[in-house]
Design a protein around this ligand. Structure first.
Ligand code: PLP
Length: 395
């Protein structure tokens, strides 16, 4: 009889969003006349920008013409898109070859698949609170996990610790759920730590487009020595509203080598075995994001979410509630007022003002006592939620 991967039995029940849905559904059943203000969603609410839509339409038309039709695409990404992304990095002062850029179907797929590159015996460090997929993907692979807790005292941006070493180190900056962003000096210390220990950093840059402070790094490759210790995983999901369209990119430098094995070459081998590339149409749509027009249009959309963040931050400032994030990230991470626990605060907001957020405890034990607001909702709902929050908590 076949033996299943028994590590699936080690996964903790993925209760966070399920539990939120259960509670909100029960509330709506009991109060069908009420409208909920959903500040918990991690999905975008604005449609794709015009430049992308136009490119997608043109690409569909290409597929109707024998002369312009595309079949299988190169497994690692179409050269036209790899070069455009290479140029995007170049504009930020980061020199890569286009072969160091891989086109993907999004960051989630990559975060799971990339683990193929590392031995099962290697350990993984997850800075918590964290995006739940980091832990779950490693549990499925049967890998030991080192949970590095962060907190208010270090602004949820912990320093490397000589007592807590790992082969793989996950860094997400700007962070989901805390919205905290590593500055260059702090990120450099993680790069130095990884190089000194032979570790590899998996840098999740899914929210880099939300950085507005010029001094903060958008990419780990802005750090000296990062090319010998880091892989960067990026996505157009939040940058350009591609959550349902699916496109991302991953950078694996050729200088990233361990035990004589070049991770870039290994990933080429992996992709050519496990994928047949991302759809031509979607890659054409993705390319439009990097045009002048595309960049201007996605910035307009990002600005809508940033205005939502401003609305929520003003309300929290008025209430004197501690929070981080919001300015350079689409998430605001706040300390629950009145000493409430994460789920207690969730219930309180739902019952009293019909505002739905995400309890911090769902992102790791050290998230207890904290709460996440997303800024991806509609401006109208965000403004009403902020108003209700002030009215409720000012009492
Ligand atoms: N990484 C982080 C930190 C995220 O928050 C998300 C999505 O919410 C992802 C990766 C997944 O992004 P994608 O839509 O590209 O799979």
């Amino acid at each position: 009889m076949i033996t299943p991967n028994m590590h699936y039995a080690d996964l903790k029940e993925s209760y966070l969003f399920y539990h939120i849905a259960q509670k909100t559904n029960a509330y709506l059943e009991a109060n069908p006349e009420k409208h909920l203000f959903r500040m918990g969603i991690g999905d975008v609410s604005l449609p794709l920008c015009d430049a992308v839509i136009k490119a997608l339409h043109e690409a569909v038309d290409d597929q109707a013409e024998k002369a312009r039709f595309h079949g299988y695409m190169p497994e690692c990404g179409a050269p036209f898109l790899r070069e455009i992304i290479q140029d995007h990095y170049h504009k930020q002062g980061i020199d890569l070859t286009y072969e160091e850029v891989f086109v993907s179907s999004g960051a989630s797929d990559e975060l799971g698949d990339i683990l193929d590159l590392f031995d099962k015996s290697s350990s993984a460090m997850v800075i918590e609170p964290a995006y739940p997929a980091y832990v779950d993907a490693n549990v499925i692979a049967g890998r030991g996990i080192i949970h590095l807790a962060s907190g208010k005292e270090n602004g949820f941006l912990p320093e490397p610790d000589e007592e807590a070493k790992a082969d793989l180190i996950y860094i997400c900056s700007p962070n989901n759920p805390t919205g905290a962003v590593f500055d260059k000096a702090k990120l450099q210390r993680w790069v130095d730590f990884a190089n000194a220990n032979g570790s590899v950093i998996l840098f999740d840059a899914a929210y880099e487009a939300f950085i507005e402070d010029d001094s903060l790094p958008h990419s780990i490759f802005e750090m000296e020595g990062a090319k010998t210790c880091a892989i960067e995983i990026c996505s157009l999901s939040k940058t350009a509203g591609f959550t349902g369209t699916r496109l991302g990119y991953t950078v694996i430098p050729k200088d990233l080598v361990r035990n004589g094995m070049c991770f870039n070459e290994m990933w080429v081998r992996n992709r050519t075995t496990k994928t047949n590339g991302v759809s031509y149409i979607i890659q054409k749509g993705g390319a439009a994001v990097f045009t002048e027009e595309g960049q201007r249009q996605i910035r307009e959309n990002i600005q809508v979410y940033k205005n939502n963040a401003k609305t929520l931050m003003e309300a929290l400032d008025q209430l004197g509630i501690w929070y981080c994030g919001g300015k350079n990230a689409p998430y605001i991470w706040l300390q629950c007022p009145k000493g409430l626990g994460s789920w207690e605060f969730f219930d309180y907001l739902l019952q009293e003002i019909q505002v739905v957020g995400t309890p911090g405890e769902g992102f790791g034990a050290c998230g207890e006592g904290y709460f996440r607001f997303s800024t991806f909702g509609s401006p109208e709902d965000t403004q009403e939620a902020a108003k209700r929050l002030v009215q409720l908590l000012e009492k």
